[in-house]
Every structure is written in C-alpha cells, then in structure tokens.
Design a protein around this ligand. Structure first.
Ligand code: NDP
Length: 330
C-alpha cells in the first residue's frame, strides 16, 4: 500500500461568501479514504443517514497506489483503486449519500456545524466526522511525479517489500526518514539516506540506530537533483554533494520522508491540533475538543498512517457519533 499523500479537501480557508443553498443533515462525513468510508458504513448501518463529500481526490490516497498487500482480508493483495471502489460500494449499499465536492470552509461555533462545499453550498450537520487525511510533502521535481508508484514512494511500510534485496534511497533527516531507513534496511540490500544538512534533525536515539546499521549509508550535505529511470522504472538518483559535485547512486526505489501536512486547515480556528496541524482527539475516542465533531484517519494520526488504522478510527468516529446523536435532541 502506498501512501502518496494528496489533498482530500481544500486546505485553505476560503474568503468567498457562499451564495448557494443550505441543506440540513444529521451526520456529515468529509473525506473518502478508508477512514471516511468505514465511518460511512457504520453510520449508515446505524441509521444516521450519513452524507459524504468525497473531497479533491475521491477514494483518498489509496487510489494513487498499485498493490495493497497489508490490508487484512486480501490474501492475494488488491489494488488501491479496487479496494476503495469496494469500500465505496459497501458504504453505498447501506445508504450513504456519497457526493462529489470539496469542503472549502467551516463554521464550528455551534451545532448545527456549517460546512461550505465547493464555495457555494452550506451543509448544516448535527454531527460532523472529519476524515480529510494528510498530504505527504514531496520534493517537487518532475521526475518524482513521473516515477510515482513505479519507484517513488512516501511510505516504506507500504512499499518497502517491493524492493526486497535491492538498493534504495530515502530523503529526509527527521524521525520519519530515520524510521523508514531502518525499516528498509531490514528488507533491502542497501539504503542511502540523503540529508541536505550536515546533521540530522531526528532524535538522538534514532540517529544512533541509523549510524549503527551496517547497510545504511548516510549522505550528509547531499541534495537530490533528479530521479532517473529506464523503461518506466527508477534506476538511479542524481545528487549534488556539499562541494557542488554531481554524484549518481544506482537505486530501484526512492522514498520521500520529508514530512506530512494534515488536511485540517479549514478547521484550525475551532479545533485543537498539535503544532503540525494534526487534529487532537481524546485518547481512545474520535472526539475532538468540540462536542459533536469527530476526527479519524490520517488527519488525526501522525504515527501509524495506515489504511487499516484509518479504517479503525473511522469505525470509532461513527460509533462516537451514534452515541452523541442518541443522547441529544436536535
Ligand atoms: P520533520 O519535519 O521532523 O523532518 C523533515 C525532514 O525532512 C527534515 O530533516 C528536513 O530537513 C527534511 N526536508 C524537508 N524538506 C526537504 C527538502 N525539500 N529536501 C530535503 N530534505 C527536506 O518530519 P518527520 O516526518 O520526520 O517528523 C514529523 C514529526 O513526527 C516529528 O515531530 C517527529 O519527531 C515525529 N515522528 C516521531 C516518530 C517516533 O517517535 N517514532 C516517528 C516519525 C515521526 P531540515 O532538517 O534540513 O529542515
């Protein structure tokens, strides 16, 4: 499973005044990744009549990946798009009203919560489930886009297995890059860790683990210039070292680990987040600091970021919503 992070909603607050109609719903779900669809399946089966807006990338990040081999229940694996199509059908089967549309603004001052869709329509929701995901940061090179899914990945846990006994590179100097390198070092022949500065930002203990690992070569003061390939797959990376010289490393996989951006921008005036923007939930629940607003999946999870964990928190969000709606009169 690859975790190519893409925006599911608009992440910037819109200044445009919505001019369109207003619609009242009981349960609104924003985002259509594994968290959103699982929340929808549970909410629909609990007769909450959920309405879902799919977001910028219907199906979420998994629609940009190839094989998903680590989601339980698929012994032969499944493609990301197929899995999301299955989840969509399952959510639809129980009556979820799945609609195209991007959440562009929010007003969570009081219930019903107001969500503007496509800068035009306002949905008033008694309960809101936010499942808008997170976006992996990329270096922004054309070649990175070109080899996305055929050598370029933003998730070692998801795609590392495809590079068993091969040489790969990881870019980034934080804890994620350190973790990804260590994970890959257990699978791959050699891991080049590309760091732009002369030091790592990762915690000391992670740095030590990286340095101690025999098959990780840390390349300090190296900047990625180009990812190169042949026949549509990655074969190498061109770097520039601290002296300004070009260096080529032959690799089959290039893992970007330079951080993620949770898609929580339109809620930031109302919801508590950590310093990066991940929505804070009460541990063991999907509850946010606002009663009736729930968060699930990658938008509230800086640690695991897996389809199966997203689905798990989606289930929690729907169950918390059911209890919330059941104890109040609207
Ligand atoms: P960070 O923001 O901590 O680190 C990002 C890294 O990527 C930095 O080294 C940065 O370099 C580098 N970088 C950014 N942009 C570029 C670029 N364009 N080219 C090359 N390098 C670039 O992100 P992480 O995802 O690593 O971590 C996020 C948070 O999650 C942190 O607080 C971290 O501690 C935490 N975390 C904790 C884990 C754990 O406890 N096990 C595991 C994973 C994450 P530079 O330093 O030069 O800015």
């Amino acid at each position: 499973m690859s975790m190519f992070k893409k925006m599911e909603i608009s992440d910037t607050k819109s200044d445009k005044k919505p001019e369109g109609e207003t619609e009242k719903v009981k349960c609104l779900i924003i985002g259509s990744g594994p968290a959103g669809y699982t929340a929808a399946i549970y909410a629909a089966r609990a007769n909450l009549n959920p309405v879902m807006y799919e977001g910028l990338e219907p199906g979420g990040q998994l629609t940009t990946t190839t094989d998903v081999e680590n989601y339980p229940g698929y012994p032969e694996g499944v493609t990301g798009p197929e899995m999301m199509e299955d989840l969509k059908k399952q959510a639809g089967r129980f009556g979820t009203d799945i609609r195209p549309g991007i959440a562009t603004a929010s007003d969570l001052t009081a219930s019903p919560f107001k969500i503007t869709v496509d800068d035009s329509k306002i949905i008033e929701a008694d309960a809101l489930i936010i499942a808008t995901g997170a976006t992996a940061k990329y270096l922004g090179m054309e070649s990175e886009q070109k080899y996305m899914g055929s050598g370029v990945s933003a998730c070692a846990t998801c795609d590392g297995f495809f590079y068993k006994n091969l040489d790969v590179a990881v870019v980034g100097g934080g804890d994620t890059a350190a973790e990804e390198s260590l994970y890959l070092a257990g699978i791959c022949k050699k891991v080049y860790l590309i760091i732009r500065k002369d030091h790592m930002r990762a915690t000391k203990v992670m740095q030590e683990r990286v340095m101690e690992k025999e098959n990780i070569e840390v390349l300090f003061e190296h900047v990625t210039k180009e990812i190169v390939g042949e026949g549509g797959v990655v074969t190498g990376v061109i770097l520039q070292n601290g002296k300004g010289e070009e260096v080529r490393k032959d690799i089959s996989g290039f893992f970007v680990a330079i951080g993620h951006t949770p898609n929580s921008g339109i809620f930031k005036d109302y919801l508590e987040t950590d310093e990066v923007g991940y929505i804070k939930t009460i541990p063991g629940t999907a509850k946010t600091n606002i009663e009736g607003v729930f968060a699930c999946g990658d938008v509230m999870d800086p640690h695991y970021r897996q389809a199966v964990t997203a689905a798990g928190t989606g289930c929690m969000a729907a169950m918390d919503t059911e209890r919330y709606l059941g104890t109040r009169k609207f």
